[in-house]
Design a protein around this ligand. Structure first.
Ligand code: NAP
Ligand code: FE
Length: 363
């Protein structure tokens, strides 16, 4: 069972400033990787630049990472770091930026890499050191060994490799204040999806289940606040952020289940935000487990002291109206992707592509 964690996780208010001595120890030159607005709006970029200024660390910024980052942009970012002779990379943003920064750190040490070689995970040199600073609270990408990218055919495809772990993962819940409401909700239910998909997973074990249970306990009351459009305070934001990290730690051990792999399609084709796309199927997972493994399912809900119908209603209330109705033709075209699919097989029990077909018909 995979459980190799070389990442030092540092979270809390003002965490960057508190541990600023880490940066000069990594070198004198940094390539910052970010996206259009999140680094600036969150305040994370300003905080980082103030530290670089204090320690005279030279930097370049690559800020062209978009949502569901393309492999091409990861290569571009990595080559920029290589040309700049960066000693380390700092990724500042949401899950998209963090995932892109992981692959970019590999490319920075192996600038000849192409999309094909990246997906083959065929590189000679270890990546340059990586620091991740999250600005959303959902993916847990700060702590995972996964980089999800969009390939040249527009398909979301991930790589999993121990080389992708960050040296340091920084999480300051204040950086999530500036998220627009729909991103805040989508990312929070992505965290819930990770926690549940890890629990109802054939690879789960006592360690991953401990992460899941504690993550759901922290997150559930905060999801209720989000559903009620209530203001969040510092403690609420910290709980959501920490639950997202627990979700990342949990899926590092287990992987996700069918909900995530189906969700990718709905992001590619219907441009749904990642969390919304995956959570479209969270209630299907709960129904499937309730039907096939009632004891395992009941013991989960008893332990977290949540009513199963109530959580399903809460998830429905957080999802946007998608108006997506798949045609028979579209469903049939989708199915080959889910035959022999690792995430489908991970689903606790023995899920098959026939089950997936039924689920898609119910959408
Ligand atoms: P995201 O795609 O990183 O960001 C979504 C949007 O939110 C972007 O438009 C971004 O703006 C904006 N944003 C982010 N932080 C902000 C802030 N603090 N203030 C204002 N705007 C902010 O969203 P995400 O849900 O965190 O990441 C989703 C990606 O992560 C997907 O590709 C998914 O597949 C992947 N993922 C990876 C893992 C893993 O283990 N590696 C796990 C789950 C999901 P700008 O673009 O303008 O900056
Ligand atoms: Fe996710």
């Amino acid at each position: 069972m995979k459980h190799y964690m070389p990442t030092r996780i540092l979270t809390g208010k003002g965490i960057l400033q508190k541990h600023k001595e880490i940066f000069p120890a990594l070198g004198k030159r940094c390539c910052i990787i970010s996206s259009k607005s999140s680094g600036r709006l969150s305040g994370a970029l300003d905080d980082l630049l103030a530290i670089f200024d204090e320690y005279s660390i030279d930097y370049v910024i690559y800020d062209q990472i978009s949502q569901n980052p393309t492999v091409v942009s990861c290569i571009e970012a990595g080559r920029k770091a290589f040309k700049f002779k960066a000693d380390f990379i700092a990724g500042v943003g949401g899950g998209s930026v963090l995932d892109a920064s992981k692959t970019a750190a590999v490319v920075a040490a192996n600038p000849e890499l192409t999309e094909e070689l990246i997906y083959k995970q065929s590189w000679n040199h270890k990546p340059i050191p990586l620091i991740l600073i999250g600005t959303t609270a959902g993916t847990g990408s700060e702590v995972t060994y996964v980089s999800v990218m969009t390939n040249k055919d527009g398909i979301k495809k991930s790589i999993h490799n121990d080389d992708l772990y960050a040296r340091y993962a920084f999480g300051d819940p204040d950086y999530t204040i500036s998220m627009p409401d729909h991103v805040r909700i989508s990312t929070a239910i992505d965290a819930l999806a990770h926690l549940l998909e890890s629990y109802f997973n054939n690879n789960s074990n006592d360690i991953s289940r401990a992460y899941s249970l504690q993550g759901v306990r922290l997150l559930y009351p905060k999801l209720k606040l989000l559903a009620g459009h209530q203001e969040l305070n510092d403690q609420d934001r910290e709980a959501i952020y920490n639950a997202s990290i627990l979700g990342g730690l949990a899926i590092n051990i287990t992987g996700t289940v069918f909900c995530h792999t189906l969700g990718y399609y709905f992001t590619e084709r219907y441009h749904l935000l990642h969390g919304f796309a995956c959570a479209l199927f969270t209630n299907e997972l709960l129904d499937y487990e309730h039907k096939h493994h009632p004891d395992y399912c009941d013991s989960f809900f008893q332990t977290v002291q949540i009513d199963q119908e109530e959580i399903k209603e809460l998830i429905r209330s957080l999802l946007p109206d998608t108006e997506i109705h798949l045609t028979e033709e579209e469903i049939q075209a989708m199915l080959p992707r889910y035959t022999n699919n690792g995430s489908v097989k991970n689903t606790y029990g023995t899920m098959t592509v026939d089950d997936i077909e039924e689920i898609l018909h119910r959408l």
